[in-house]
Design a binder for this molecule. Structure first.
Ligand code: GDP
Ligand code: IMO
Ligand code: MG
Length: 426
């Protein structure tokens, strides 16, 4: 058996949480492989919306194991809030949730360092979610970090104090005022929760699952255009969000990767700073934001909106080895007479069909397609989707040379239309 990977192909918030929840019944285990509580993955059923930040989106399905992999960074405070919410709903998370011993911990001072770094950047700030992601990964690669496995060791508090003192020096140097005591209390409450959960060597466990013929789904966070290496650096997150990140973030050999399911929105959104070639800063962008409820699931910030960008999607498909596509939020495009799709860029006046190193001087070149008026949210089958939407999808498939296997037409589990026989998910 191989691990299937599901990830976002744009700038995050493509609808990964919803789709993971929908296809989880086809798997034995779901595993997050990177990122941390900068992620906000929403899913909806029985009229209730749930937002997860650290816990994989398969957690609501009975009998499925959910693993937080070694590549993830965990804030115990956020994790506790998530498990408290699950407990209220009667979800038996204790039997379903496993934490990798090698996953790194976000300390209270990592959040402060994030805030100090953004403050010092002024107008050039990344627009980080300020969840401490960058500083935690810096300590991981700097070989200073604390991990889940450390929480059960006797000298855990000493290790914590040692690292906090180091951070305090940096914060003093940056002249950043703060008060740690309040958050520290919550943090240690979170650590008690972390200690009480099941810790595993997830690389061994996952490879054993594969040997036993069990099906594993790796759930990505953020999106390919926010990848630390291939995104619009420095306006990126601090992990590899692409398929390769599933190998390092879970301990899966490249040859054991199966399907790569790439999720994209029928248009584009981005939160935070950085280049966004197809951004619409006009009424159309505002319309997409309002109709699509494009406000961050983690920070509540308004998302920047724009037309679909095929150049960026081709890049993401190349980097990830995407074998099938899932299109979300098709319902939000209903009502447009014409819909634009970016096919090329003009880079300082020269037409190009790839994502260049340069991030300045890019203008999108559009192809205009026919829109549709029908409300899609109640559709029960792909056979009843409007001809214009069919033409939109077929055009995208042709350009991207990759099949679209599912079309999502609303936030609820049920608003999901399988499109191709190759999709054995639902
Ligand atoms: P994620 O980070 O990729 O999991 O995506 P988010 O949860 O941050 O953002 C996606 C938003 O769109 C959430 O509010 C979802 O409930 C919602 N959503 C997902 N799929 C659809 C869809 O097909 N149509 C509509 N209207 N909303 C959707
Ligand atoms: P999900 O998993 C959208 C963005 C931030 C910022 C940049 C760096 O829900 O798709 P960070 O907090 O990592 O230092 O922020 O990345 N960003 C996201 N944007 N969805 C996300 O996650 C994101 N996680 C980080 O807005 O621009
Ligand atoms: Mg999100």
């Amino acid at each position: 058996m191989a691990v299937d990977v599901l990830l976002g192909l744009q700038w995050g918030d493509e609808g990964k949480g919803k789709i993971v929840d929908v296809i989880t019944p086809g798997y034995n285990a779901v595993a997050r492989f990177q990122g941390g509580p900068n992620a906000g993955h929403s899913l909806e059923f029985n009229g209730i919306k749930h937002v997860l930040h650290t816990i994989p989106s398969g957690i609501f399905r009975e009998g499925i194991i959910n693993i937080v992999g070694n590549g993830v960074v965990i804030d115990p405070v956020v994790l506790k809030k998530e498990t408290d919410a699950l407990a209220k709903l009667g979800v038996d998370f204790r039997s379903r949730l496993l934490l990798s011993r090698k996953a790194h911990l976000i300390l209270p001072t990592h959040r402060l360092l994030d805030a100090a770094s953004e403050k010092s950047k002024g107008n050039a700030k990344i627009g980080s979610t300020l969840r401490g992601i960058g500083p935690t990964y810096m300590d991981k690669t700097g070989r200073n970090g604390l991990r889940v496995g450390d929480t059960t060791s006797e000298d855990f508090k000493d290790k914590y104090r040692f690292l906090i003192a180091k951070h305090a020096e940096i914060l003093k140097f940056q002249d950043f005022a703060y008060n740690l005591s309040e958050y520290e209390k919550e943090w240690f409450e979170g650590i008690e929760l972390v200690k009480s959960l099941q810790h595993v060597d997830s690389e061994h466990l996952l490879n054993r699952y594969l040997e036993e013929g069990k099906r594993v789904l790796a759930e990505g966070a953020q999106g390919s255009m926010l990848d630390i290496d291939f995104g619009s650096y420095p306006f990126v997150t601090s992990s590899n969000t692409i398929t390769a990140g599933a190998c390092t973030g879970l301990g899966i050999a490249p040859g054991n990767i199966g399907k790569v399911i790439g999720i994209f929105k029928a248009y584009c959104t981005r939160v935070g700073s950085g280049p966004f070639p197809t951004e619409l800063t006009n009424e159309t962008g505002e319309h997409l934001r309002k109709k699509g409820h494009e406000y961050g699931a983690t920070t509540g910030r308004p998302r920047r909106c724009g037309w679909l960008d095929l150049v960026a999607l081709k890049y993401a498909i190349m980097l990830n080895g995407v074998t099938e596509l899932i299109m979300t939020k098709a319902d939000i495009l209903s009502g447009f007479k014409k819909i634009n799709v970016c096919t090329h860029y003009l880079l300082n006046g020269k037409k190009i069909d790839y994502v260049p190193y340069e991030s300045e001087g890019i203008t999108p070149v559009y192809k205009e397609l026919q829109g549709w008026n029908e409300d899609l949210s109640e559709l029960k089958s792909v056979s009843s989707i409007p001809d214009e939407l069919n033409a939109y999808i077929t055009y995208i498939e042709k350009e991207l040379k990759t099949p679209v296997t599912i079309v999502s037409v609303g936030p609820d589990r049920r608003q999901t239309l399988p499109r191709r026989a190759v999709s054995a998910h639902i």
